[in-house]
Design a protein around this ligand. Structure first.
Ligand code: ZN
Length: 476
């Protein structure tokens, strides 16, 4: 790592433009104009004290990178939302709390509520090497992505289903990709590295290289060889019910961070489709990123909460392109989602011009005139070491554009099956906390590590029943 000259001036700071890279990487920070985080259209409350003028250069670099990354993550989203209102989830409030030095777990977190509410970045030490997760724009912008999506589609937090869990992760990775393309210097690097083929592997597609090095020191199979996840990949959709719960990073499995790579790849492919330059051009690449963000966010807002969210979401992206971009990417989008198995030939056949044209882009609240977004499923608790049955929210709406002919009963049965699969996956991962007085002593899946941050909790309600709730998103 080369720190370069870090002399502070009132108007310039030095930051990492993207991930600091693995230990052996020789990357240099870039100079950026100072930006005022209090002017961000979405507010942050960074609780760590800012370094003083005589603080070590590395400390200043870390802090300034984190602040700059938070602002960048809101920048891409604000442009994608194209004047529509921006907000955190109402339980977060008007200001998102951010902790830059938040414990020694090898992770970073977004909590909507509770004592850990907000974003928390950790500073783990692995094999004697300490890393600061807040120092990676990849990680910071990914975590902000969770908070942005939670504000946009709050029902996704509790909807049990691998596609919902994984879409949150893919949206986080999209936030990292699109926010890094707000920087001219980074656009230039990507064009140089990929030769203009934006969906080739590059620093843009590779997430969290520094973090992944620490992961590999503990478990070489859990991460790609040079990054945590690479959006330039060859993964193909599989029905979650046919996937193993665990697999090395080279294969897709039922873990949300593994499965998410399929959708992340399509976002990189869409970006590449929008970038069709006659010559290398930074403005063209920035425009392609802005268009990708617009299609992604508009379709995310509009797609109902059905058990086939990804397929219906893909169809909505095609519809948005038709309505807002005159259909300039229709062919590309059809090909991209077919190649990834997210849309089948039958789905594409059903997406007639008439059906696509029936979509009203103002219909950004699909819950108002349709079925309730989620239904409740009662799950037997004994097999998971819980002394009573507990309730889970499952996707309940019909898709709008694909598979609309599937009878409601069949759809509900499938939603139940994928919910049970996803819950089982979270228990096997050891990421489900259980309120103590609900536990059956000696059950095999009881989490042993009390200090671990859980993604889900089985909680007792005031009425004495039990409910499974999502409480956090984690980085990896
Ligand atoms: Zn995440």
């Amino acid at each position: 790592m080369t720190l370069g000259p870090l002399t502070m001036s009132p108007t310039r700071i030095h930051v990492w433009e993207e991930d600091p890279g693995a230990h052996s990487a020789r990357r240099s920070p870039i100079a950026q104009p100072t930006r005022d985080i209090s002017k961000s259209p979405l507010s942050f409350d960074v609780i760590d004290r800012a370094p003083g003028p005589y603080s070590p250069a590395a400390e200043k670099l870390r802090y300034e990178t984190a602040i700059d990354s938070l602002i960048r993550a809101v920048d891409w989203f604000a442009e994608a939302m194209n004047g529509r209102s921006l907000s955190w989830h109402e339980d977060v409030g008007r200001t998102l709390r951010v902790t830059l030095e938040g414990g020694d777990e090898l992770n970073a977190f977004y909590h909507r509520e509770g004592p850990k509410k907000g974003l928390r970045f950790c500073t783990p030490t692995t094999a004697g090497k300490k890393i600061h997760t807040c120092e990676s724009p990849d990680i910071v912008c990914h975590e902000v992505g969770h908070a942005l999506l939670d504000g946009l589609r709050p029902q996704f937090l509790h909807a049990a289903g691998l596609e919902y869990f994984a879409f949150h992760e893919a949206f986080g990775d999209a936030s990292s990709i699109l926010s890094s393309l707000t920087l001219d210097s980074f656009c230039s690097n990507v064009l140089h590295e990929t030769g203009g083929k934006i969906n080739f592997t590059s620093r843009l597609s590779r997430m969290a290289e520094q973090f992944s090095e620490a992961v590999r020191l503990l478990n070489p199979g859990k991460s790609d060889q040079n990054c945590l996840r690479d959006a330039a990949n060859e993964f193909f959709y599989a029905d979650p019910l046919n996937l193993p719960f665990r697999a090395p990073a080279t294969a897709i499995c039922g873990r949300m961070h593994s499965f998410s790579r399929i959708f992340s790849a399509t976002i990189l492919d869409v970006l590449d489709a929008f970038y069709q330059p006659p010559h290398f051009s930074i403005p063209d690449l920035k425009a392609a990123a802005a268009n990708t963000g617009k299609i992604l966010c508009r379709a995310t807002e509009m797609t109902p909460i059905s058990p086939w969210y990804w397929a219906d979401m893909a169809a909505h992206m095609i519809a948005v392109d038709l309505k807002e971009f005159g259909g300039q990417q229709t062919e590309s989008l059809r090909r991209i989602f077919l190649k990834r198995g997210i849309l089948s030939f039958e789905d594409l056949e059903s997406l007639t011009m008439e059906r696509l044209d029936s979509v009203d882009l103002k219909d950004s609240a699909p819950d108002s005139d349709r079925e309730s977004p989620t239904a409740t499923l009662l799950v037997d608790g004994a097999r998971y070491g819980i002394d009573r049955g507990y309730e889970v929210e499952i996707p309940n709406q019909a898709p709008r554009l694909v598979r609309i002919e599937v009878p409601a009963e069949e759809r509900h049965k499938y939603a139940e099956k994928i919910a049970r699969y996803s819950i089982e996956s979270a228990f096997i991962e050891g990421r489900v906390g259980i309120t103590k007085n609900l536990c059956i002593d000696g059950a095999p899946l009881m989490p042993k590590n009390e200090s671990r941050t859980f993604t889900h909790e089985v909680q007792e309600t005031d009425a004495g029943s039990a409910v499974l709730r999502r409480v956090a998103f984690i980085h990896g």
